[in-house]
Structures are given as C-alpha cells and as structure tokens.
Design a protein. Structure first.
Length: 469
C-alpha cells in the first residue's frame, strides 16, 4: 500500500531532517508498506512529486508555523484523490488534536510518539477494518467517522524496549543528496559536508514552561550498542562525516553519556560531532567535556534561555547561572565553539530583566547566540498563561507567524511591562550589539565563512523591519 509522509515548509528556514517521520516510515516499510518522504523544505517540487506518487495513505508532519501550508497540501490531495486517508501528526497536531481533527481534509490525528500508532492505523486501513470500534482500541489517535470526531486525551509513550525494537530511521525514503547539497545543518557551525542526526534517548524531566516536550517527562534511553551501530550504519550507507544528537537532555544520565562518547571515539574514520541543542549548561562537567573532546565534538550549544534569575524562575528553568557561567568558560578553554539561546519578552519580564539577561550573555563571550522573542507554542504552560491573561497579540492569531526571525521578529505577546514595539527594538538592539561588534566579526572569521558573516551583517543592517505600533 502506497504510504507517504509530507513535510510542509513554514516561514522559517529550518531544513534539518525530521527523525519522527523517518522512524514512522521505517516501521511501515518493515511491515510491507511502500514508503516515501516528500519534504517541501528541501524540494520546492515536493507537492507535485507527492501528487505523482498518488498516496493511499498520506501523513502530514507539521510544526506550528508549517501547519497551514500542510493543511493546504492535504486539501489538494483530498481534492485529487478523495479516497486517500489523510493523517496529521507532529508537534502542532499533538498540542491541538481536537482542533486539527475538525478540519475537513483531515481524517486522523496522531499525538505524541506515533510509530506504533501509525502502524496500527495503517494496518487497519489496509485490511479494510478501520471501523469506529476497532480504531477506538488504538492509543494516541483521533479519528472522524461520519463527520463526528472521536479520540481520547490519554497519551502513551513508548517503553525503552519498544524504542530499541524500532528500525533505524528510513533516510533512504528521502532525497538525501538534495538534502546534503542544500542543508544548513542544525546550528550555526558545521565541519562536515554530509551531516545527519541521531537520537539516543527520548523525553526530558525538566519543566520549562515554553517547551512542548512532545516526548514526555520520563527519559527513555536506547541501548548504547544500537546507537553506535546506527552511527556506523549512517557512515557506511550514506557516507556521513558529521553527526549530531537530537536528544532533549543528552547529559541527564552522565555515565551513559560517557559510555556513548567513549564508544564514538573509537569509530574510524573519525566523524565530526556537535551538540546544537539538548545540553543543560548546569548538567555538564570537566569529565564530560573531556570525553566530548576525545569523541571529536567541536561545538556545543547550551540551553541557557535567560541570564535573569527572575525570568528563569518564570520559565521554571531552574538553572544555576553561576554553574552555567563556569561550564561555558570551561568549554571555551577546552577549545569548543560555544553557543546558547536567549528568549526575551517572557510574560511580565521587565526591560531591566531583559537588559540584565543580555549583559549576562555578553559577558560569556559566546561564539554564537540566538536571541529570540517568546513563541507561545500551543500545548505549552506559558501559552495557557498568555491566554488566561489576554497577552496574545493579533499576530498570534495566525499560525504562520510562529517562527523565529532575526531581522523581522513578530511579537506574539504584549505585556504591561513591554509593548510590541519595545520588544522588537530590544531584539534588534541585542543582535546589533553582539553581531556588529568588530571583535566578534574578527573572531568569527576563524570558524564562519565570509559569506555567512556578510549575509548576517546584511540582515542586521538592512533587513526589513516589521512596523509595529
Ligand atoms: S530542558 Fe529542554 S527539552 Fe527539557 S523541558 Fe527544558 S527546553 Fe524542554
């Protein structure tokens, strides 16, 4: 049975391969389905190719800013092939399943981890047994029958044994060469030319109120041998020269992290390794950093999020800023390229909190820094707060606006403490003070291409700034 997953393109320029859909497709293939992935982010002709493929089952995997383009593609498919079963999954559908299932073009919604849910659903469709009573037995599924929506709020997560039983992500189902030639790798820095992700564990016990945490609170770790075999498989079959981990919290289990890094050290030929996310700045130490160095890690991006204690408290980030400062300095002294991200404009954050936060980040002398205004994604605790307190702006009514932009940040919340205009000005001011600093430009010449620097400076100097009142 012909089954495809389509990844729509949103306004952001993220083109990193999505492991979720690739795992789903791998499971289906193992069970006799014909599979393909069509990724609009790397191929502008993806929708036309999807139409030519004529899928009998179509999965659409969309983050919030790509939801509406995904819905438009689903409508097109339904119009051309009314019998195609259209299934939505991913972060947006997981957060708002009851809204998404109401859409006329959507037959099913998968929530959370969906490898076995999608398989169970596809098997029922293939067997012609997708009745209401049989679909009700499947976890993490919403469906429509005769115009009425059904589904349950319970979300189940895979056990470690179930995760270990999964096949490797089906990279062969996508146009990898197109991806390798187009991709901006996750994060600012790259050393390799053929870069793919791996996930060693799922879930995160931290409680950050801005995070969708699709994988749940409990960490479920994969067998270390299988992770290493997967990395070897990527090198042997796809010729990768760099790998990065997509974990939410790689160092949460220190001994396991050390074991993985030690085993990666012995892989020949050597691969570049980086952590573009998934490292808490207070959950790392000298031993881990030395093991990372030995494993050929060259770049680490820490999730610090704010340099203001008051704002961190609002985020429930519970991060020790002094520990973070020490660890950033240690990582820099060991020669890693170190980055972080900073969210500004949190509900009730004051201008003074923001300036304190930016001063903290500036004092770290990071190699890269992403400064973003808050995106109140559906399903997060902070969104509930914004809704309850009426902080969402008119712009927040359009899902297309839920993306990060350096030169054109879209304010999605407004508070008594910070107007939309003030918030946008603060983001611009912060970027200009960091990235147009001649010292930063000279330092960056060592590890960024001149093209990247000129493009970044051009964006900051001449980028189209949004008019806000
Ligand atoms: S540490 Fe990262 S993954 Fe975990 S809740 Fe916070 S932002 Fe989300």
């Amino acid at each position: 049975m012909k089954t495809a997953i389509y990844i729509p393109r949103g306004q952001d320029d993220n083109t990193t391969p999505s492991l979720g859909p690739l795992y789903l497709l791998a499971v289906l293939e193992k069970n006799g389905f014909e599979i393909r992935l069509f990724d609009e982010r790397i191929d502008g002709a993806a929708l036309d190719k999807l139409i030519s493929f004529k899928p009998e089952i179509l999965g659409v995997s969309a983050v919030t800013p790509a939801f509406l383009p995904g819905l438009a593609a689903a409508c097109k498919i339904k119009q051309l092939f009314p019998g195609t079963a259209v299934v939505f999954g991913g972060a947006h559908a997981t957060a708002l399943p009851k809204e998404v299932i109401k859409e006329a073009a959507v037959d099913y919604v998968l929530t959370g981890e969906s490898e076995y849910t999608f398989l169970a659903l596809c098997k029922k469709i293939r067997a012609g047994e997708a009745s209401q009573s049989s679909l009700s037995e499947i976890n993490n599924l919403y469906f429509k029958k005769e115009g009425r929506a059904f589904g349950s709020d319970r979300t189940c997560y895979l056990t470690e044994a179930e995760i270990d039983a999964l096949p490797y992500p089906a990279f062969h189902a996508m146009d990898l060469e197109k991806y390798f030639s187009n991709t901006q790798a996750h994060g600012l820095f790259r050393r390799g030319k053929r870069i793919l992700p791996v996930m060693s564990a799922r879930g995160c016990p931290s409680q950050c109120t801005f995070c969708q945490r699709m994988m749940g609170e409990k960490i479920r770790a994969r067998n270390v041998g299988s992770i290493i075999s997967e990395i070897r498989h990527l090198a042997e079959n796809y010729g990768i020269d760099e790998v990065y981990f997509e974990d939410d919290n790689f160092t949460a289990q220190k001994n396991r992290a050390l074991e993985i890094l030690e085993k990666i050290s012995s892989i020949e030929p050597r691969l570049y390794l980086k952590f573009a996310n998934g490292i808490r700045a207070d959950l790392i130490d000298g031993e881990l950093l030395k093991a990372m160095k030995k494993a050929n890690v060259y770049s680490i991006s820490f999730g610090i999020e704010s340099g203001s204690k008051a704002t961190l408290k609002k985020m429930k980030k519970n991060l020790n800023l002094e520990k973070a400062r020490e660890n950033v300095a240690l990582a820099k002294s060991l020669g890693f390229l170190v980055g972080s991200n900073c969210i500004i404009g949190y509900p009730h954050e004051t201008r003074e909190d923001v300036l304190e936060s930016l001063e903290f980040f500036k004092s770290l002398k990071l190699d890269s820094m992403a400064i973003v205004n808050l995106i109140p994604y559906p399903g997060t605790e902070v969104r509930k707060l914004c809704e309850a307190e009426g902080l969402l702006t008119e712009e927040a009514g359009d899902w297309n606006n839920y993306y990060f932009s350096i030169n054109d940040p879209i304010p999605l919340i407004e508070t008594e403490q910070l107007s939309k205009k003030q918030l946008v000005e603060l983001v611009h001011k912060a970027y200009r003070s960091i990235y147009l600093d001649p010292k930063w430009i000279i330092k960056s010449l060592r590890h960024l291409t001149l093209k990247q620097i000129v493009k970044g400076a051009g964006t900051l100097l001449f980028g189209g700034e949004r008019k806000v009142n």
